[in-house]
Ligand binder design. Structure first.
Ligand code: C2E
Ligand code: MG
Ligand code: MG
Ligand code: MG
Length: 268
């Protein structure tokens, strides 16, 4: 009957079609209660030094389970949490939990936690991080916050101020998924990152000569700036040996280590 109502008819109100945000609708109330209900957890993926193949750092990755036990990908729930503001509480919880799980056990030198631009723009974020560091009794230099290059990442002055305040605490700021969007170069221009994580698509495109050239160009760009280079998404031994040839500093990927719970990580 869509045709009958005219060629410009928008079908999204058809009650028989699933609404695209059906899942999001269920997620909204869940996300606000997720910490109390223990529906969120963190897993940790090792970050390896290529020179000695040892992991001295891990990245914290958030996991969400619905009450019935089904897992929801962060790619689904993080954007919803950003829209509703639930990311502010979840984000603080993630930083504190990562500091307790990883830094207070002294197994690893550093933990990196992903942060959303919403958090960097929010009032008092750097002060919250300072409180967490004091409560946990750990040095800020052992915490890294990963900022993902995204379309809406405008260089607002609040964000730059927040990053400066975090740097004053010793906290490192890493650029995540570099090259995945359109804003990466403007971020590199405006902010001094301690580590740049090259988006995994650059590694995965390396099977063709143009792709390899792109990765080499990315590496040269980051290296010339004196930043640490980390390549994500290493899935094969061949990729790892290519990255050794390119003298990448750090690597992360399923080939070297899967994300695991704090219990498993500390037992390993
Ligand atoms: P990301 O920060 O770039 O994290 C890396 C993602 O790649 C993770 O997916 C990880 O499990 C996956 N990965 C690791 N090694 C490999 C590999 O060898 N091959 C492939 N194909 N993938 C690999 P995950 O955990 O599903 O997270 C997806 C994204 O969700 C993250 O991308 C990050 O942007 C976001 N995210 C996760 N946790 C948080 C969080 O606590 N806060 C915020 N704001 N965002 C988060
Ligand atoms: Mg990340
Ligand atoms: Mg990220
Ligand atoms: Mg990434």
């Amino acid at each position: 009957h869509a045709k009958a109502s005219g060629r410009n008819c928008i079908r999204r109100f058809d009650p028989l079609l699933p609404r695209p945000d059906d899942n999001a609708g269920k997620l909204v109330p869940l996300l606000t209660a997720a910490i109390d209900r223990k529906l969120v957890s963190l897993v940790y993926q090792p970050i390896f030094e290529l020179t000695n193949e040892k992991a001295r750092a891990v990245e914290a990755l958030m996991r969400l389970r619905m009450p019935d036990g089904t897992a929801v990908s962060p790619k689904t729930f993080i954007p919803v949490a950003e829209r509703t503001g639930a990311i502010l509480e979840l984000g603080k919880w993630a930083i504190e939990t990562a500091c307790r799980d990883i830094l207070m056990t002294d197994r690893m030198a550093t933990v990196s936690v992903n942060v959303s631009p919403i958090q960097l723009r929010s009032q008092g974020f750097a002060a919250n991080v300072a409180d967490i560091l004091i409560r946990c009794g750990v040095s800020g230099s052992r915490l890294a916050l990963e900022v993902t290059e995204g379309l809406d990442m405008d260089m607002q002055s609040e964000v730059l101020k927040c990053i400066a305040d975090l740097r004053a605490l010793g906290v490192e700021i890493w650029l995540d998924d570099f090259g995945s969007g359109f804003a990466g170069l403007s971020w590199l221009r405006a902010i001094e990152f301690q580590t740049v994580k090259v988006d995994r698509t650059f590694l995965h495109d390396c099977s063709n000569p143009r792709g390899l050239m792109m990765l080499q160009d990315m590496v040269a760009l980051i290296r010339n700036r004196g930043n640490t280079i980390l390549v994500e998404g290493v899935e094969t031994a061949a990729q790892l040996s290519l990255l050794k040839d390119l003298r990448i500093d750090r690597v992360q990927g399923y080939h070297m280590g899967m994300p695991v719970s704090a219990e498993l990580l500390n037992a390993a």
